[in-house]
Design a protein around this ligand. Structure first.
Ligand code: UD1
Ligand code: UDP
Length: 385
């Protein structure tokens, strides 16, 4: 048998990419990209977890059948931003020293993403930022994520903006110095489409009271700036909305953070129309997004997913870095004041015509077409040399 002659062996060397994740949304939004990059021959991909989250991260990765190649396991109860930053910076730095990747990819705005970008920068390893350019233009909301985004965008060589608006933010800041800026769509839509395709029925027994047509409101809340009083107002507002709409139940999958769970259990725990549960597996959560009547949430990813499903979200924040969802009509900013939350949610549940109009929006969602990972992988193949 004749052996194929490799003229230039270097041309065939796979490029090494380390993808660093730490929290649930990073796992969900990077999973489609990890899968796509691994499908291609040009890359050798390692997944590094800082372990900023534990069970919530694993739960998200399990659905995509992914496991971290390295886990720094940094999470502890009541972890401070300084602790996450310093332990991720040191841990990721050491991992990069032994891996020596050609590039590092991070996602979004978490402290894991910010510290990992910095660790790569310190080693002159180029960084790609997936979901670049989101801005609320308020450094306190979301905190500390708005600052994290700005820092990561300054540190990155590849800026993968999900939308034209995010790309315009980056151009306005002159963030693209000697690097690349592309509009790719958001990988969350890739993840959502995977879940919609694979799972039609819910698996968790906690969802069984919602089988059939039982109408319900879905609520999630976890942001740092909402801990304490704002969280209490959010929960009380949900009780009032339920009081006004006796046919509805509420499904509240609680974040694992005790600061969030304690308030939720105190205020919502005794109400038999409320299902207070642990975080749901991604496909079960996607099922809930599709089946609920309205969503109350301060989550970033949920605003994007709801937009693709044509589902109204009462956004439990004063500002959003996803104004596309507001313009699209699926997201309505309510903040964390009791009266405003009740008014907005009550309005959506009472005005069927307005509700139907929002539902119609699902076809033109501004966040992507499910092919963002493919585009990012193409760009990396073209530009990582
Ligand atoms: C983090 C991110 C936030 C992101 C969110 C997604 C930062 C500063 N914050 O916030 O941007 O929106 O994740 O959910 O990066 N815990 C567990 N098990 C888990 C996960 C968390 O017990 O699997 C508990 C721990 O007690 C931990 C606490 O939750 O100390 C807070 O976790 P942390 O990552 O600091 O903050 P999040 O609010 O989750
Ligand atoms: N999510 C999930 N199970 C849940 C709640 C949320 O899988 O019980 C998913 C949700 O679909 C979205 C992501 O988690 O993709 C959002 O994560 P989170 O709200 O924690 O973070 P954020 O998007 O606000 O950064």
């Amino acid at each position: 048998m004749k052996e194929a002659k490799i003229m230039n062996p270097r041309a065939f060397a796979r490029k090494k990419i380390d993808i660093v994740i730490g929290t649930r949304p990073e796992a969900i939004k990077m999973a489609p990209l990890i899968i796509e990059l691994r499908r291609r021959e040009n890359f050798s991909v390692r997944v590094i977890s800082t372990g900023q989250h534990t069970d919530m991260l694993k739960q998200a990765l399990d659905f995509f059948k992914l496991k971290p190649d390295a886990d720094l396991a940094i999470m502890k109860k009541n972890q401070t931003l300084d602790y996450i930053t310093s332990s991720a910076l040191l841990g990721v730095g050491e991992t990069l020293d032994s891996d020596r990747p050609d590039a590092v990819l991070v996602h979004g705005d978490t402290t894991t993403a910010m510290a990992s970008s910095l660790a790569a920068f310190h080693r002159r390893i180029p960084v790609g930022h997936v979901e670049a350019g989101l801005r609320s233009f308020d450094m306190q909301i979301p905190f500390p994520e708005e600052m994290n985004r700005v820092l990561i965008d300054r540190l990155a060589k590849w800026l993968f903006a999900p939308t034209e608006l995010a790309s315009a933010n980056l151009r306005r800041e002159n963030a693209v110095s000697g690097g690349y800026l592309y509009v790719t769509g958001n990988t969350v839509i890739d993840a959502l489409f995977i879940a919609l395709k694979l799972h039609k029925e819910p698996c968790s027994p906690v969802l069984s009271p919602l089988a059939g047509e039982a109408p319900f409101i879905l609520m999630t809340a976890h942001r740092r700036e909402s801990w304490g009083k704002p969280m209490e107002r959010i929960c009380s507002a949900l009780l009032e909305v339920l009081r006004r709409h006796g046919e509805f139940r509420a499904l509240v999958p609680m974040h694992k953070n005790p600061a969030v769970r304690d308030s939720m259990k105190d205020i919502l725990g005794e109400n038999e129309r409320i299902i207070l549960c642990d975080p749901l597996d991604y496909p079960d959560f996607v099922w809930s997004l599709g089946r609920c009547k309205i969503i109350l949430s301060d989550s970033g990813g949920v605003q994007e997913e709801a937009s693709a499903l044509g589902k109204p979200v009462v956004v439990l924040r004063g500002v959003t870095e996803r104004p596309e969802a507001v313009e699209h009509g699926t997201a309505i900013l309510a903040g964390t004041e009791y009266d405003r939350i009740v008014t907005v949610a009550d309005g959506l549940l009472s005005d069927e015509k307005k509700y139907r109009e929002i539902e119609m929006r699902k076809s033109g969602n501004p966040f992507g077409d499910g092919r963002a990972s493919e585009r990012i992988a193409d760009i990396m193949a073209e530009t990582l040399r």
